[in-house]
Design a protein around this ligand. Sequence first.
Ligand SMILES: Cc1cc2nc3c(=O)[nH]c(=O)nc-3n(C[C@H](O)[C@H](O)[C@H](O)COP(=O)(O)O)c2cc1C
Ligand code: SF4
Length: 454
Amino acid sequence: MTPLDAPRRPGIDLAAPSDEPAGRTRFGVVGGRGTRLLAGPPRSQGREALADHDRRLPPLDLGWWSPTELRDEIRASGLLGRGGGQFPAATKLDVAAAAAGTPIVVVNATEGEPASRKDKTLLELRPHLVLDGADVVAAAVGAHEVVVYLHRSRGRSTAAVEEAIQQRRLGRPPGVRMRVVDAPGGYVTGETSAVVSFLDGAGALPRRTAVPAAVTGVGHRPTVVNNVETVAHLALVARYGARWFRESGSPQSPGSTLVTLAGAVGVPGAVAETLGPVTIGEILATVGGLDTPPRAVLLGGYAGTWIDGEVAWRTPLERHALRAAGASLGCGLIAVLGHDACGLAETARLLRWLAGQSAGQCGPCFLGLPALSAILDEVVAGTAGRRDLRRICDMAMSVRGRGACGHPTGSVGLLDSAIETFDPELRRHLRRQSCEAAPGKGYFPLPADYRVRA
Ligand SMILES: Cc1cc2nc3c(=O)[nH]c(=O)nc-3n(C[C@H](O)[C@H](O)[C@H](O)COP(=O)(O)O)c2cc1C
Ligand code: SF4
């Protein structure tokens, strides 16, 4: 018998947790009909209390599963991690469960992408869904301890999670120990090895490690680091099962997906949940308020991939299809560049920020990214020529794939895709012609305390 055929826990029917017939809704926002993670009260009602959460969803009866059965069900769901790397959730759990020592679970709630809001939305509005998911991960690997790794400066998220932990202490039988740990600021502090290093009492710096954290991480214990959205999905997989989970998404990338819109859209920071086949254009028209394709779309985060606006408009918003097109949905960011902005200037601005986020440990990253950023600044200023473009390409080659973490490779990917997508603008800049678009308009948000490294 496969997990998909396994008998369901009595009392729970397999209908979608909404009154919308499964499969009909293709996307929605907080409180929208047919949504899964975003289902429940509208945003205006704020965070959902434990009593309301318990009224809305069936109980999470983890005693019904053995850890192996739970991991089998998660494997059957096909859930891929939503932290950017799309790593199969079940594989990480299997590795941790098989490793020596008692595992520890870390909910990675740093959301270091400046424009991304999906994890904050879940933490602030559905904290119990996230904590239920952490309970599921703990049960699947036999952990007794959960750490929510979160910037305390994010006041609303912290308050919601701390209040939710307190409500569970008072309103639930004693279970897994949960605590919030104040993560340091910075883009790379959310990378798994940096998380482990910080929780071990050292700096939140990425480390090149031969052995994954799921085998040996915090205090040499098996450590499962999962993104907020990943664990929230698990809270529903454990209630409704793998078959239900797979009714949304695609066979290669099952389940719903949260996305954040940024830049030249009606409401920057809007979060939507995609459930069925939908193109980027449909999301931008319905949630983003656009009538026509923009100049370009940056997908997956600031170290993501630019796609021409016309192409993006008709491209399915589906992880597998995007990967086939050379892009990645990454953390789910869809950042929109209007026709009034210069994509090269915006890229130069983002690359300057990314260069400043290097942890300063690896030469190709610490030295290479600022050097690339400086040349791109010259291109944008109209003071660079064709020779400089060749220098960019040579230098990019020596940075790509180097360093202890994915930061330099992601940053170079942004640059590569900008050179391809903004070829007409690049030619104009290299001919020292003025750019018709507003230079460096600063469409995409950067952290307020951001300083360019001297
Ligand atoms: C530079 C860098 C920054 C990252 N920042 C985050 C982050 O802020 N939040 C997050 O969940 N994952 C982040 N990740 C991905 C994590 O390393 C890790 O893959 C993820 O938390 C695992 O969760 P998942 O398996 O649920 O996707 C980052 C990775 C890199 C290379
Ligand atoms: S590659 Fe860059 S960000 Fe990653 S560890 Fe090295 S210096 Fe730090």
